[in-house]
Ligand binder design. Structure first.
Ligand SMILES: N[C@@H](CCC(=O)N[C@@H](CS)C(=O)NCC(=O)O)C(=O)O
Length: 328
């Protein structure tokens, strides 16, 4: 890995991501623009104007790619994935492995996109990126905000404008689920995996399973986290659950239980996986190859485990019969 310093790529700065107590620290995101229908807005919602640079392996990217699918925006927003493995040059395009070619600049590495947009850029080179092909700028590279943008401003062209992943009546519930799930689950697995002290690792794993146990109980009486309506909170949880048994359980040492050991969480995972269009956004080859082959400190041999058996994801979930319940 590495980062850009004044537009120059500097490899190997893993130590920069560890805090004083040995904990993993995630860096703040830089590009925070939005797309708006307001007159004079720099970024206007237009078909075929925007591109999403993602990594099929990356959970933060995955939630934006899912938003494209559930809103029915695939014909209007192009999308490409970098190659799964991260090396000394960071994320790379197809020339080096089996990712897509960079459709815009024909670049070899993702860091070239950042420095093409901002010559003196200093910071991390992350996916996802919501890119504007018209002005050749980065609109936003924060997945939570990209999800909200895609959910709200493209309804005039979306095939599923009726889908609202962030309905007003549920804001409070969704926000509190997001906070809990981000800190203990989405980022919790990384805090466990990248901790360099026993104490930090255990704190992350205990918090992670505490939340999974709580969600297991919540999903006993509800089909989705907020009841009958699929929201962004579900898709934000899904991207971590789908990576859990193949990767986080072993590679990040989150091995108290697997998702298949939780009856409700595993049924819920199958339910979301079987939602129209979602299975094709899940690229287990990229997911496994990325994690097991990109972190030599965690897996020096780079051997990618054979399992688990993914065919279980296609088995019936029988969660259709669950109806809104008052129990939380
Ligand atoms: N806040 C960002 C985080 C994105 C992120 O950390 N992406 C990872 C991929 S899973 C990345 O590109 N990491 C490269 C790096 O940090 O150098 C978001 O949610 O969009």
């Amino acid at each position: 890995m590495g980062m850009l310093i004044e537009g120059v790529w500097e490899p190997d700065d893993a130590a920069a991501r560890v805090g004083p107590r040995g904990e993993f620290v995630r860096t703040q995101t830089t590009f925070r623009g939005t797309i708006s229908k307001e007159r004079g807005a720099m970024y206007f919602p237009e078909a075929n104007r925007y591109h999403l640079y993602v990594s099929d392996a990356c959970p933060w990217s995955h939630r934006t790619a899912i938003t494209v699918v559930v809103k029915g925006l695939a014909d209007f927003i192009s999308l490409s994935s970098v190659a799964p493995q991260v090396g000394t040059n960071g994320w790379t395009f197809a020339e080096f492995a089996d990712g897509d070619h960079d459709p815009i600049y024909g670049a070899d590495h993702l860091h070239q996109i950042y420095s093409a947009v901002q010559a003196n850029y200093t910071g991390r080179v992350t996916v996802p990126i919501l890119f504007d092909k018209k002005t050749r700028t980065i609109v936003n590279n924060e997945s939570t905000e990209i999800m909200r943008i895609l959910n709200s401003v493209f309804n005039s062209m979306a095939r599923h404008p009726e889908v609202d992943l962030y309905p007003r009546a549920l804001h409070e519930d969704i926000n509190s689920l997001n906070n809990l799930i981000y800190s203990t689950v989405n980022n919790g697995v990384y805090r466990a995996g990248f901790a360099i002290t026993q104490e930090q690792y255990e704190e992350a794993v205990i918090g992670l399973f505490h939340t999974l146990d709580l969600l297991e109980r919540r999903l006993a009486g509800k089909r989705y986290l907020c009841g009958d309506c699929l929201t962004e909170a579900d898709w934000r949880l899904f991207v971590t659950l789908i990576r859990f048994d193949p990767v986080y359980y072993s590679h990040f040492k989150c091995n108290v239980r697997r998702i298949v050991d939780y009856p409700n969480l595993s049924g819920y995972l199958r339910d979301l996986y079987q939602f129209p269009g979602i299975a094709s956004t899940v690229n287990f080859e990229h997911i496994k190859n990325h994690y097991y082959r990109s972190h030599p400190t965690l897996n020096p041999t780079g051997i990618v485990p054979v399992g688990p058996d993914f065919s279980l994801l296609d088995t019936p979930h029988e969660r259709q019969s669950l109806r809104r319940s008052s129990s939380a």
